[in-house]
Design a protein around this ligand. Structure first.
Ligand code: SF4
Length: 237
């Protein structure tokens, strides 16, 4: 190899390594941008995990906000038994993602072009967290409208917000999440398709109820399809 060839080879090497580091920098910046500006999806399989007869269900969720924190203070509510509190205490990365979803969904109406395209048959809102305000709910309604082929299910206790919906998308199933444990007195509010109540084993016996929640959503789908089941009863784990 003559001096000219050696120089050319070294120059090529420098260009190549500069190119690789520039490319890595751009990829890192792109990832940071999308992490900040895109809604993060998690997998929801119910309390027994994501494995089932059907593909795992996906979900868009948020961190536990003000509403959740206030509800948890009352030991009569199901929120005082919330499974998410424990789980999120050791999953820092998930916490970060849910915090970002919360910021994106609750502070301004997201333009439709920036909302996710969802190709799944069924999808869940809020495996973690609760509706924080009307902006949050409007953003979910718009996701439904943008993805009419997907059936969405939203669990919520926020009757006050749901009452303000003017035009409920056909592909949205609303589930009233009964805030009280072992409660048989609260009736399903009008706007909701179903009501979900959690009981202790003692409560199930006392009220002579059928437990129809399998705790494995991708084996069950009762809450993700339109059917005549309006009361879902789950036993507290
Ligand atoms: S009833 Fe079925 S679909 Fe509904 S929460 Fe329970 S396991 Fe999931």
């Amino acid at each position: 190899m003559n001096i000219q060839q050696i120089l050319t080879s070294e120059i090529n090497q420098i260009i190549k390594s500069d190119f690789i580091s520039a490319k890595n920098k751009v990829l890192k910046e792109m990832k940071e941008y999308s992490d900040l500006h895109e809604l993060w999806e998690t997998t929801h399989g119910g309390k027994l995990g994501p494995y089932g007869n059907f593909p795992a269900l996906k979900s868009i969720s948020v961190k536990l906000g003000k509403f959740c924190n206030n509800m948890r203070k009352n030991c009569k509510t199901i929120c005082s038994e919330c499974y998410a509190v424990d789980m999120l205490s050791y999953r820092a990365e998930l916490n970060k993602r849910l915090e970002n979803n919360y910021r994106l969904l609750t502070t301004s109406i997201i333009p439709r072009k920036n909302l996710p395209v969802i190709t799944d048959k069924r999808f869940r809102f809020n495996s973690f967290g609760e509706l924080e305000n009307m902006i949050h709910l409007e953003n979910y309604l718009e996701i439904c409208r943008k993805n009419p082929e997907t059936s969405f299910t939203l669990w919520t206790k926020r009757v006050d917000l749901v009452r303000k919906i003017k035009d409920k998308p056909e592909n949205l199933i609303l589930i009233y999440s009964n805030p009280l444990l072992n409660d048989v007195s609260i009736q399903k509010p009008k706007m909701f398709d179903k009501m979900f109540t959690v009981y202790t084993k003692k409560g199930i016996k006392e009220h002579d109820l059928d437990v129809n929640c399998l705790m494995k959503c991708n084996n069950c789908h009762k809450c993700y399809t339109k059917n005549n089941i309006t009361q879902i009863n789950e036993v507290l784990k």
